[in-house]
Design a protein around this ligand. Sequence first.
Ligand code: OTD
Ligand code: ZN
Ligand code: ZN
Length: 347
Amino acid sequence: MPLPATITIRRPDDWHVHLRDGPLLAACAVHTARQFGRAIIMPNLVPPVTKVAEASAYRERIRAAVPKDLRFEPLMTCYLTDGADPAELTRGKTEGVWVAAKLYPAHATTNSAHGVTSMDRVAKGLEAMEKAGMPLLVHGEVTDPDVDIFDREAVFLEKVLAPLLKRHQGLKIVLEHITTREGVAFVEAHPGRLGGTITPHHLSYNRNAIFKGGIRPHFYCLPIAKREEHRLALRRAATSDSAQFFLGTDTAPHTTDTKECACGCAGVFNAPVAMQVYAQVFAEEGKLDRLEAFASLNGPAFYGLPPNEERVTLRAAALDAPDHIEVPALAKTITVFRPDTPVDWSF
Ligand code: OTD
Ligand code: ZN
Ligand code: ZN
């Protein structure tokens, strides 16, 4: 079937974004706001966003960083720490500040040193969230250094997530940035309770890309890309008719120098190319008709929000995106993600 020259869908939302703060926020916010109507904002700042007042103040800084001609709504999350205060969680939800709370196992990814060390230590907070109807967003990897980095997601499902679902029967959970067929199967096994977000990068390359011709830091993120069979499982899930899977870019900017060094940071900055890469994947799978559900409908349905009314159009044309963006206040750049395979969509 010939591909259409354009595709028009409701404005998409991004259900997993790192916007950072200060100079990085100033440089990055526009790129997410150009593509997406709303975004779930990750709270892994230094220090992390754990209080309602901190989240409100951060939301104002984000709004101020978005150009006035763009309509963009930041949806805030609370960073769960050991002993998270149930009253603070409930209050933030009631006051319309928190949309969800985020569980980072301690040391699982960038700025997660304050993360949770055992589920017992957040049980009271999770009970409050169940009552308040506040979803839990999960970085689903165990952090035990004895578990191989490529197995950490699959082990997490069995060791942590399954008991958590049993213990908190009313809690809705998003398994974020899934990277394995086990992750896909686990989400599918829990309809009504679990959603899963999928990034553009995990859909477009497998772990070989990280080492092709040398070590390539801009393909390094956590959870790390897995084998080809897992990438194919993610592509099937994203383009399936299941409403449990939705868009979350996990765009995670680091300046180029902090990635291209002896111990480079984890994270892929994909905000300027996200919808183009997703469209490419859906086109390759012959499922462009499902792009709107994945990008613009399934996420709002999970969170109980209306879809955006506005429409956006993607054009079949070679990707038009810069190699990097500038961070003027730091006199540095951030390298923009680009898959090795062609991207024939423009936004
Ligand atoms: N993964 N980098 C970051 C976050 C994500 O686990 C994640 O959500 C980051 O830099 O904040 C990354 O590789
Ligand atoms: Zn994560
Ligand atoms: Zn993330």
